[in-house]
Design a protein around this ligand. Structure first.
Ligand code: FES
Ligand SMILES: [Fe+2]
Length: 413
């Protein structure tokens, strides 16, 4: 971190009161955002997109995070590469379109030309002693895992990917994420700090007042006992709900579903989460009338009646049921700006006729549109001179855990 960012965090962190929302500066300050970028966002594995976006050699898309732009590009049939969108000549961006196909990466400014492996192929009229080999594009760590393209912008060796995420493989395989196709994509850019977007996603205290559609798709007891994570609700509600979950897990496991829970501690690197629960009784899917909007997904031969929330990190999540999966990407762009993207995935061989997009997107499109509004309202209020950190409820356990994880990231500061 820069000295300014480090000094800011050293000043702010000791005054944080656990059990309360954070001080104003955490949600508005450019210095804190810089610290967040350096200590957290640049060092985590982030899902940049689904592999089906770049099926052919040279297909690329831009993934924008903070001030960075990452070119995610297919090098060949087996390799996906990621580069910082920064020319090694005088620093122009190379790709300006959000997506496209490029047989070579040609800078529009003075036409330096790079291969799909990032190597500088040609640079006109350069001095004799210019060394092309020293002027490759800056690479970004990249890993394709079950069809999801993860990037990591760390300048150091990042957390070992397989050690961090390997145990999530079976449930992603069961859901058929690698062979899924994108049925619909929605964008909900939110004028708020990324931590407010995440905190909102990690609690369901707001579900009843804010989300009529979401609540209609879920039993009231799951809203309280489950909310937004295995440890997000009051302990007695979780205990009451446990036998019902166990009964469903036994049935789902018999159908081949890898059941189980991941609920990582604030000391973990990515604060991962895997929560699997049954649908509201009488409902096959998370839709308005409860009927399925698309064919069964993945390895299922019969519906198991479950839904899951899988979190790779606070930035990248999947919500899925028997028939569709939604990839949520929360991508910080600035202190007061967060990209919220949702990608609805269906089984890879589901035809257009078999997928009712309106039905499939009804619940979570409404919910995320509402979340954008309430999160922006939260940000606006936090900017006031009268904002003070407020006390968390018994239904905001996951927010408190996220906050501890967040603060832990600066422990070396
Ligand atoms: S800045 Fe790219 S070729 Fe000059
Ligand atoms: Fe919400």
């Amino acid at each position: 971190m820069t000295i300014a960012a480090t000094d800011t965090m050293r000043r702010l962190i000791p005054s944080v009161k656990l059990g309360y929302s954070l001080d104003q500066e955490f949600y508005v300050s450019d210095a804190v955002f810089k610290a967040d970028m350096d200590a957290i966002i640049s060092r985590k594995w982030l899902v940049a997109g689904h592999i089906s976006r770049i099926p052919n050699k040279g297909d690329y898309f831009l993934f924008k995070v903070g001030a960075e732009q990452i070119i995610v590009i297919r090098e060949n049939e087996t390799s996906v590469r990621a580069f910082f969108n920064v020319c090694r000549h005088r620093g122009s961006t190379i790709c300006s379109a959000e997506s496209g196909n490029a047989p070579r990466l040609v800078c529009p400014y003075h036409a330096w030309t790079f291969g799909l492996d990032g190597a500088l192929i040609s640079a006109r009229l350069m001095p004799e002693d210019f060394n092309k080999a020293e002027n490759s594009l800056f690479a970004c760590h990249v890993r394709v895992f079950h069809g999801l393209i993860f990037i990591n912008m760390s300048e150091d060796t990042p957390d070992d990917f397989d050690a961090t995420f390997g145990d999530m493989g079976p449930i992603l395989a069961y859901q058929g994420i690698d062979t899924a196709r994108i049925a619909y994509a929605g964008s909900y850019p939110t004028t708020a700090n990324w931590k407010l977007v995440v905190e909102n996603f990690f609690e369901c205290y707001h579900c009843v007042p804010s989300h009529p559609e979401f609540c209609s798709m879920h039993a009231p007891e799951t809203l309280v006992a489950v909310g937004a994570g295995p440890s997000s609700g009051p302990a007695d509600a979780i205990a009451d709900f446990a036998p019902k979950v166990k009964a469903w897990e036994d049935k789902a496991a018999a159908l081949g579903r890898p059941v189980g829970t991941i609920d990582e501690a604030p000391e973990s690197s990515h604060l991962r989460l895997l929560m699997q629960r049954m649908n509201k009784e009488g409902r096959a899917s998370e839709t308005q009338d409860g009927t399925a909007p698309a064919p069964l997904m993945g390895k299922r031969t019969a519906p198991d009646g479950g839904r899951m929330h899988l979190s790779f990190s606070p930035f990248s999540q999947i919500v899925a049921d028997d028939h569709f999966a939604i990839l949520f990407q929360f991508t910080p762009r600035g202190a007061l700006e967060t990209d919220v993207e949702m990608i609805w995935l269906v089984n890879g061989d589901a035809t257009e006729d078999q997928v009712d997009i309106e039905k499939m997107t009804w619940g979570y499109h409404a919910t995320t549109t509402q979340d954008k509004v309430i999160t922006e309202n939260n940000q606006t209020g936090i900017k006031s001179s009268r904002y003070q950190p407020g006390r968390y409820s018994d239904q905001e356990g996951s927010v408190m855990k996220f906050q501890k994880w967040y603060l832990n990231q600066f422990s070396a500061a």
